[in-house]
Write a protein that binds this ligand. Structure first.
Ligand code: NAD
Ligand code: WQD
Length: 338
């Protein structure tokens, strides 16, 4: 096995995955255009693993840059995180999302095949299930209607990568459907670093806890759930990172085309998260109930037994550790990597 190219490797999930890859002795090369990340995350990775992280500041849309990387480095597989991921922004800027995520991936995959590298692990999302046909969601659950362009990029890219694998079975394609990643590395030196006002629940909560925001807005308490607030499957980012190491092993064994949910199988409501965060960290999170957020669904959690059966992977960390680790990162780094 040659080196592993991690696109988007300076980002939240990518940087945590680089740690786990280096920890098991994989040779990693990172590519990121730093549009939503800081190179400092890679310094933090090195401080944890004691290994250098070879880094290319490059864009997946830049064919020449990709050609150069694939010519210089002996890349045998790609873990493809690079992409834009803000749901609301994707509604306002659909062209930018389709261009970056879809055209970017098409360019990447074309350069890969020209260099004989036909192994890819792709960051997909539970968002491809739309409003899920059943709960808990297995991989058999039909893909649904996405409520925003971001979600459609994931759904379409799954189709594109599947078609490419079907046409040429030298390809090994693993589509990983993440549920809601939160938490941070135990060291408290790496974590999620959103620009501006966080869209996602946990970074919003940690910013309230650190005093950057006054209170949490809870988007609706009239859903059909145990307390009326939305239920999600939160998964520790380190568990997710380890899932990629396991998927890579599957790729090395010639996976063909595989799809796995990466979740814990446990659903927590917004108010469950607030309560767990307060209890785990001894901090108060003031909140107000507001209107539902357009496009949100009531309930979404995984049946993750396929990943357990076929990858030997299962989430290890519970909600308490997710809350503690998110808070340790935010408390130690109130301004993220700045
Ligand atoms: P992130 O924004 O922290 O990481 C994505 C990285 O890709 C960033 O570092 C960004 O600078 C880089 N990037 C974006 N466009 C690029 C381009 N054209 N060329 C090179 N680099 C580019 O996000 P994340 O949370 O770590 O997510 C990683 C992947 O997982 C994304 O594809 C995301 O859509 C997917 N995902 C995330 C979540 C989540 O809730 N965080 C859930 C499901 C799926
Ligand atoms: C979780 C719950 C909100 C913020 C999104 C994307 C999805 C995936 C993961 C990439 C919901 C509620 C939130 C707030 C709140 N990303 N909430 N107040 O919406 O499940 O998934 O991130 O693929 O595609 O859609 O995650 O963290 O935004 O929300 O009440 O300030 O918290 O309504 O019930 P979501 P989230």
């Amino acid at each position: 096995m040659g080196k592993i190219l991690v696109t988007g490797g300076a980002g939240f999930i990518g940087s945590h995955t680089v740690v786990e890859l280096q920890n098991v002795g994989k040779e990693v090369v990172v590519l990121d255009n730093l549009s939503n990340a800081s190179e400092k995350s890679l310094e933090r990775v090195s401080a944890i693993t004691g290994k250098k992280v070879p880094f290319y500041k490059a864009d997946i849309l830049d064919r020449e840059a990709l050609e150069e990387i694939f010519s210089k480095e002996d890349i045998s597989a790609v873990i493809h995180f690079a992409g834009l991921k803000a749901v609301g922004e994707s509604v306002a800027k659909p062209w930018e999302y389709y261009e970056n995520n879809i055209a970017g991936t098409l360019t990447l995959v074309d350069v890969m095949r020209k260099h004989g590298c036909k192994n890819i692990i792709f960051s997909s999302s539970a968002t491809v299930y739309g409003d899920p046909a059943f709960i808990p969601i297995t991989e058999e659950c039909p893909k649904g209607v996405c409520t925003n362009p971001y979600g459609w990029t994931k759904s379409m890219l799954e189709q594109i990568l599947s078609d490419i694998q079907k046409a040429d079975n030298e390809w090994n394609v693993i589509l990983l459907r993440y549920f809601n990643p939160i938490g941070a590395h135990k060291s408290g030196t790496m974590g999620e670093n959103p620009n501006g006002i966080p869209n996602n629940l946990m970074p919003y909560i940690t910013q309230v806890a650190v005093g950057k925001r006054d209170h949490l807005n809870v988007f609706g308490n009239d859903y059909d759930t145990h307390d009326g607030t939305g239920v999600r499957d939160y998964i520790h980012v380190v568990d997710l990172a380890v899932g990629h190491v396991k998927a890579l092993k599957k790729i090395e064994e010639k996976a063909g085309l595989k799809i796995y949910n990466l979740g814990t199988g446990q659903g927590y409501s917004v108010l469950d998260i607030v309560k767990n965060f307060e209890e785990a960290n001894g901090v108060k999170i003031p909140y107000e109930i507001t209107e539902r957020r357009p496009g949100d669904i009531a309930t979404c959690y995984a049946d993750a037994t396929l990943a357990k059966k076929e990858l030997g992977w299962e989430a290890k960390y519970g909600i308490k550790e997710m809350c503690e680790d998110s808070w340790r990162w935010q408390k130690n780094n109130p301004n993220g990597y700045q």
